[in-house]
Write a protein that binds this ligand. Structure first.
Ligand SMILES: Cc1cc2nc3c(=O)[nH]c(=O)nc-3n(C[C@H](O)[C@H](O)[C@H](O)COP(=O)(O)O)c2cc1C
Length: 356
């Protein structure tokens, strides 16, 4: 029979020792955000974030009952968990402070449901409150996931033994080879060579896709993707599956004349030997009826190695700016630099300033 928790006698533990022992366990760092009923952004830094369930999709975090930030968040029906990047220690320190104006100057945009998504985070997960349960001097908050996205390819910020940190060893997150060499690590030569070959193969894959798209080679387009790949545009799913993506590109190309995709860089972060995340920076020139569109985009990609071939398993085209050539000069400097023909002017997918 399991013991009744209400009758269990807690053992006495020195709080300092307790924190010291539990501090041996590293965590990531998240900022839970929402807006109060005056529409002001509110935030709390938590290390106790964890994923809980896939079906239904649930996450959890554990706020201190005494936290004034939690007191403000507790009444919100929905919130956004922002997974902080390794170079965002300053933002975390600011948001973990007791400053009543701690959100001032923290760049963010609003999710479609109106929760702050901080700029330059690794990923964000928007949730609605599922339950709040007693957990001693803390509470356990479960959130049901409504929407989530990987926002960048950077490494996450870590917290360990009371201090902030980041991954520095190439495994298991596999830093790029130049970092590996600087650190003088023992990643053996074969493995480093294999990583370099993988980098070259992914770069070729990225270029092959653009050449195929520009050359109306729809078989080549299809061959760039895995069987179950997804294709998004500004975060919205527009096609899935190898054939679905080729059909989508065929449809898009029917509206266009000459197109030139010019990728400038592919930033890769490996996730083991057979998977990688990539950020591709590219310029696009697209003939659209009588007009020529010009713009800059970034593709947020995932790649996997299948039967020795690197393929794109997920791609999200994010637009920095895009406008008919003659409008580019003014559109670029405006709040709505994305001007697809036939669509209303829109903000950039990579805003540099807060939108509120
Ligand atoms: C890296 C880090 C992780 C934290 N994790 C938690 C947490 O999981 N739960 C919690 O209640 N507070 C956590 N805190 C503390 C809160 O963010 C916040 O600083 C504290 O609640 C400040 O008190 P206030 O909310 O009354 O301003 C963490 C702070 C830092 C810097």
């Amino acid at each position: 029979m399991r013991p009744d928790p209400t009758e269990m006698q807690p053992i006495k533990i020195d709080p300092k020792w307790y924190r010291q022992v539990l501090g041996q366990y590293p965590t990531g760092v998240c900022v839970v955000t929402a807006r109060n009923d005056r529409a002001e952004p509110i935030a709390m830094v938590v290390g106790s974030f964890t994923s809980v369930s896939l079906d239904p999709p649930l996450i959890a975090f554990f706020p201190d009952r005494g936290s004034s930030s939690w007191a403000k968040l507790r009444g919100c029906d929905a919130f956004c968990v922002n997974i902080m990047a390794a170079d965002q220690e300053d933002v975390c320190r600011k948001l973990a402070s007791k400053d009543p104006d701690k959100f001032v100057g923290v760049a963010h945009r609003l999710s479609p449901r109106g929760n702050p998504v901080l700029e330059d985070v690794v990923a964000w997960i928007e949730c609605e409150r599922y339950s709040i349960t007693d957990a001693g001097d803390h509470e356990m908050v479960l959130g049901q996931v409504l929407e989530l996205d990987i926002a960048g390819t950077g490494l996450p910020l870590l917290f360990f033994q009371g201090g902030y940190g980041r991954f520095s060893h190439p495994e298991p997150v596999a830093a790029p080879p130049e970092q590996t060499q600087r650190a003088g690590t023992d990643m053996d030569l074969d493995k480093r060579l294999q990583r370099l070959e993988a980098r070259a193969a992914i770069n070729d894959r990225v270029v092959d896709y653009f050449l195929a798209a520009d050359g109306d080679d729809l078989d080549g387009v299809a061959a760039s993707f895995t069987e179950s790949a997804s294709f998004r545009s500004s975060g919205a799913l527009v096609a899935s599956g190898r054939q679905g993506i080729a059909d989508f590109i065929r449809g898009a190309r029917r509206q266009m004349g000459l197109t030139v995709h010019t990728p400038h860089y592919v930033h890769l972060t490996f996730d083991g030997d057979d998977a990688a995340a990539g950020l591709v920076g590219a310029h696009l020139e697209l003939a659209f009826g009588d007009a020529t569109l010009f713009g800059a985009v970034r593709y947020v990609d995932r790649y996997v190695r299948e039967e020795g071939q690197w393929l794109i398993s997920a791609r999200d085209m994010r637009v920095i700016h895009m406008a008919p050539w003659l409008e580019v000069g003014t559109a670029f400097a405006s709040a709505t630099p994305v001007r697809w023909i036939g669509a209303p002017p829109a903000a950039s997918d990579f805003p540099r300033k807060p939108t509120i």
